[in-house]
Design a protein around this ligand. Structure first.
Ligand code: ATP
Length: 619
């Protein structure tokens, strides 16, 4: 009996995506070092103007915090003034003036502090944005410098997410550390100093001890709560994965009448989520109560001390108003410390990942004395080339051949023999492990990569296009190419008529990776852009997928156009297309096992004759 009929969920179930919480083991000091790496982008990147902005932002921060500290003391002194006026039997009007002055003075100072804060954001925003842009651009440019090996191993979506999150983290860190947490601690320092100068050191000491306890408590409880949040996120992901999987399998669920089973499965995932969410929420209450207790205990302690001193005549009643106002100012921003701590840790991890990308060394680099390849005639020599992608598997095992300028060299052989690898080596996507590759006698490792790649054109096996217009994709080969040049290349590649027949002509969007075009059309776009590039060396990596006869003939004609006078390496699967080649290299398992013209090879017998006979049978 087929058990799958009974247990449809076994077939449908997909493992839930792995949870990726911030690594809790990550050392904060290490992460802070990443933060330090941002500083040069801030300070040195934008010249004198930006430095002035940074200094102005710091001064505004200082001034706004000083104003915040002064305001409550102003209230205290005003209260004392009112009391003095009343004690002196002064008329009501005098006291009213003081009270109104007090309201406006206090309100005005608080408003001024807010205005200064906003002015600081206004002044600093261009610096922060410029630094973000520079880091993003540097990372992006660096990604293009990294080797093909790196890109094949990385998920592109993952890379863009690292950059995106890294950039967002820069903004977040600056906003929080420089404009929120930093000023709060500054405010604390100023407030303690003011309390000490205005009253006595005991006030400063109590305020400081309470804030330290508050911060410690917040950090400790946030760490404790993190595990509930992680559990909550994990269960959320899991419930989502189950829901999506189940809906994707809508038909299968119906086939097996498993609606109730699916609903129960989803509900059980949601139940676990619910438990984690409740824990997360109730634990927040503990944090809030603890914070409130510490905060108010601190204020009460200060007020008790103040009452004693007022009764003893050492302080005036104004202190009873000033102290709670000062302390509340310090506590209010500390309220979000737990959230900020968690987010800052996450932001530091994100930023660190981005900097780790920036630290990766490109595998293939230009030597310091590398020279540009100019005036290339097109003599290519592979001399005893050895190469491996992975250390324990050699792919090219001593390849030697010469292509004279203008010759067409065909490379044939069974799949996986290493044919396309030759083109990647010639392009220097990888460095070889032994032997040498020269163009016109220059070792390609001594040439500048950019100039090397400018001299070679490729029509790859699978053409990938940009998600833009056809015209854009062809013009990509030559910066500033005119429409006439693009059309001429398209004509030579036998695709002009097809393009002009489309409703939007050269502006037709080709879709992601060019998926809206057929294989044959994409290949002709690739041929057109290679023709526009006009390189002295050409690599044609024949498509493995079968094309119909008409398309194949058209493409062949386009390729013949492309070849004219250039040294051409043709990686061929259909031997009929390369019978006219000047030389055919027959590759097998990383070796060249035969070479010669078509007729010579047929006469020799061996692998080539075998391949030829096999294709003849299939045709
Ligand atoms: P085909 O005719 O199918 O295109 P080919 O002769 O062009 O094959 P290559 O693409 O050169 O073959 O690959 C040669 C061998 O190297 C294959 O066995 C392939 O699995 C392996 N290979 C290719 N690229 C990589 C890579 N990036 N990492 C590891 N191994 C690779």
């Amino acid at each position: 009996m087929d058990f799958r009929g009974q247990y449809p969920h076994i077939i449908c179930m997909r493992p839930p995506p792995p949870d990726t919480p911030a690594n809790p083991e990550q050392k904060l000091s290490y992460q802070l070092k990443s933060f330090g790496r941002l500083w040069p982008y801030m300070w040195s990147g934008g010249g004198l103007r930006d430095r002035i902005r940074i200094i102005a932002a710091i001064i505004l921060t200082l001034v706004s915090q000083i104003i915040l500290v002064i305001a409550p003391f102003g209230v205290g002194y005003s209260v004392d003034a009112v009391k003095a006026a009343l004690d002196a039997g002064s008329i009501w009007a005098d006291s009213a003036v003081v009270i109104i002055g007090l309201i406006f003075g206090y309100g005005g100072l608080k408003l001024l502090s807010t205005v200064l804060n906003e002015a600081r954001e206004y002044i600093f925003a261009p610096v922060g944005q410029r630094a973000q842009r520079e880091v993003a651009t540097a990372t992006f440019a660096h990604l293009h410098k990294l080797s093909l090996r790196f890109h094949l191993e990385k998920r592109t979506g993952g890379l863009s997410r690292i950059i995106e999150r890294g950039i967002r983290s820069i903004d977040f860190l600056f906003r929080f550390l420089l404009f929120n947490i930093g000023p709060t601690f500054l405010l604390l320092a100023f407030s303690c100093t003011a309390l000490m100068l205005a009253y006595s050191w005991e006030y400063a000491a109590i305020a400081l001890v309470v804030v330290v306890a508050y911060v410690w408590f917040t950090f400790a409880t946030t760490e404790w709560r993190l595990k509930f949040r992680r559990e909550m996120n994990k269960q959320d992901t899991e419930a989502n994965a189950k829901a999506i999987d189940s809906l994707l399998n809508y038909e299968t669920v119906k086939y097996f009448g498993a609606e109730e089973f699916e609903t129960a499965r989803y509900d059980s995932a949601m139940a676990i989520y619910q438990r984690a969410a409740i824990k997360s929420r109730t634990s927040l209450a503990t944090v809030n109560i603890g914070q409130s207790f510490l905060m108010n205990a601190g204020i009460v302690a200060l007020l008790i001390l103040a009452s004693y001193q007022i009764l003893g005549g050492a302080l005036t009643v104004g202190a009873m108003v000033t102290i709670p106002l000062v302390m509340q100012q310090v506590y209010r921003p500390l309220n979000i410390l737990g959230f900020a701590y968690r987010e800052i840790k996450q932001a530091l991890t994100d930023m660190e990942k981005m900097f780790a990308l920036l630290d990766l060394q490109p595998e293939v680099t230009d030597r310091e004395d590398a020279t540009p390849l100019t005036d290339v005639k097109g003599r290519i020599v592979f001399d005893n080339v050895h190469f491996r992608y992975e250390p324990d598997r050699e792919i090219l095992k001593g390849i030697s051949f010469t292509a004279e300028p203008g010759q067409t060299i065909a490379i044939v052989g069974p799949t996986g023999a290493g044919k396309s690898t030759l083109s990647r080596i010639l392009y220097r996507f990888y460095d070889i492990d032994g032997g040498s590759v020269t163009i016109d006698g220059v070792d390609i490792r001594d040439a500048q990569q950019l100039s090397l790649r400018q001299r070679i054109g490729i029509v790859p096996q699978d053409t990938v296009l940009f998600n833009a217009g056809i015209g854009y994709n062809i013009g990509y080969a030559k910066e500033g190419a005119s429409q006439a040049e693009i059309e001429e290349a398209a004509r030579a590649a036998q695709i002009h008529d097809f393009i002009t027949g489309l409703p939007k002509g050269y502006d037709t969007q080709v879709g992601e990776r060019g998926l809206k075009l057929s294989g044959g059309e994409k290949q002709r776009v690739a041929i057109a852009r290679t023709l526009l590039k006009n390189p002295p060396i050409l690599i044609l990596d024949e498509a493995t997928s079968a094309l119909d006869n008409t398309t194949e003939r058209e493409i062949q004609a386009a390729l013949d156009n492309a070849r004219g006078g250039r040294t051409t390496l043709v990686i061929a699967h259909r031997l009929t297309t390369i019978t006219g080649a000047d030389k055919i290299l027959v590759m097998e398992d990383g070796h060249i096992v035969q070479q010669g013209t078509h007729d010579e090879l047929l006469r020799q017998g061996g692998l080539y004759e075998e391949l030829w006979a096999r294709q003849g049978e299939m045709a």
